[in-house]
Write a protein that binds this ligand. Structure first.
Ligand SMILES: NC(=O)C1=CN([C@@H]2O[C@H](COP(=O)(O)OP(=O)(O)OC[C@H]3O[C@@H](n4cnc5c(N)ncnc54)[C@H](OP(=O)(O)O)[C@@H]3O)[C@@H](O)[C@H]2O)C=CC1
Ligand SMILES: CC1=C(/C=C/C(C)=C/C=C/C(C)=C/C=O)C(C)(C)CCC1
Length: 330
């Protein structure tokens, strides 16, 4: 499955600055690696400096090998520009520290790839009293986008993008603002797939509510389903035997992808010049695909935004909170 890897192999502006959350492994690793190979500045934002440095060293070694092989599209002169920044999405304090460090570094920002995520985790709550998948996959990434959109607006580029790694699992999700935290459920009744799907649904809803407000700006938001990709994502659901069987069957029937194939939609959404100004598209195998009516419902989107701003209120300036106020009376 996957076949030919299909993002354009073009040299990128050496000043183009791309942040990949969770770029140390899996889909994020391949995304960070290829965008760096094509010449952009890449920042791997992840929680372990050690894992990030391992990834950066591996990317540099793979680059030398690709250069010697004469691989098309990769930069041939100069070194890769790839760095680590500390970010733990399970803590709003850590996420805000990342934002402050980014802003005070004076870096520009052209592409933000919200890739880090956890799937089908058992019921767990963060120090901020949010359901873990809700916070890591959606809410903390939202905090980053709210603070870094102004940096994108000042980048001097007319083509800045936010790419959200969602999932087809959003099709199985449901929206009920009173049940977002799942704390009305016992540990045994907490449906791990549904709550994972919910976090991915919120990312697609985020794409729609953000694009409404960003429509006359240089910033656009896109979302992705990468396919079923063999990465470390199964670490939080290794105890769920039935899923192992399902994924083994998927592999047997050739439905799974390797991490590079899984990264192609993210890389394409991040760098393909033909997608300049494109909004509200959910990509699967680099092709526009359908979201569901729950995700496209504007009342749901604005309700989620209101709830999210409330959860983030201690970490927002008055200006940001005002700019993103819900557009309709809920
Ligand atoms: N693999 C698949 O089949 C599919 C994946 N996706 C989505 O793609 C994205 C990438 O997943 P994939 O590459 O498969 O998964 P991996 O588990 O291989 O990578 C996940 C990345 O997220 C990081 N991460 C997890 N928790 C945190 C945290 N609290 N703070 C910061 N970083 C964190 C991990 O860091 P660390 O190494 O430190 O744990 C790692 O870098 C996810 O959003 C996932 O939901 C969507 C559909 C299918
Ligand atoms: C392919 C495969 C595996 C991994 C499956 C994965 C990683 C699936 C992730 C799916 C997600 C997260 C879907 C929705 O978003 C295993 C179990 C390691 C072993 C058998 C073959």
């Amino acid at each position: 499955m996957g076949g030919k890897v299909s993002f354009p192999r073009i040299n990128l502006d050496r000043d183009k600055t791309v942040v990949v959350t969770g770029g140390n492994t899996g889909i994020g690793y391949e995304t960070a690696k290829w965008i760096a190979f094509l010449g952009a500045k890449v920042i791997i934002a992840c929680r372990s400096e050690e894992r990030a440095n391992e990834a950066i060293n591996k990317i540099k070694a793979e680059y030398q090998a690709e250069k010697e092989r004469g691989t098309d599209g990769i930069i041939k002169d100069g070194d890769l520009n790839i760095e680590f920044m500390q970010l733990d999405l399970s803590s709003l304090k850590s996420t805000k520290r990342f934002i402050d460090a980014y802003k005070s570094s004076g870096r520009k920002l052209h592409v933000l790839i919200c890739n880090a995520g956890i799937a089908m985790h058992e019921q767990a709550y963060t120090e901020d009293e949010n359901e873990l998948m809700f916070q890591v996959n959606y809410l903390s990434h939202l905090l980053i986008t709210l603070h870094l959109i102004p940096v994108m607006k000042e980048s001097g580029s007319d083509d800045c993008r936010i790419v959200l790694l969602s999932s087809a699992a959003h099709l199985m999700a449901a929206f009920d603002v009173t049940k977002i935290q799942g704390n009305h459920l016992s540990k045994d009744n907490f449906d791990r797939l549904k709550y994972y799907g919910n976090s991915k649904l919120y990312q697609i809803m985020q794409m729609y509510y953000m694009n409404r407000r960003l429509k006359d700006t240089n910033v656009s938001v896109l979302s992705i389903h990468p396919g079923i990709v063999e990465t470390e994502i199964d670490r939080s659901f290794q105890d769920l035997g039935r899923w192992k069987v399902f994924f083994r069957m998927s592999k047997l029937f050739g439905f799974t992808k390797n991490p590079l194939e899984g990264a192609e939609s993210s890389i394409n959404a991040a760098i393909n010049p033909d997608l300049k100004g494109t909004r509200d598209v959910y990509f699967q195998n680099c092709k526009a695909s359908s979201t569901n009516s729950t995700a496209r419902n504007m009342v749901n989107q604005e309700t989620l935004l209101k709830f999210s701003l409330e959860r983030l209120k201690d970490y927002l300036t008055e200006d940001i909170a005002k700019d993103w106020m819900p557009e309709i009376q809920i």
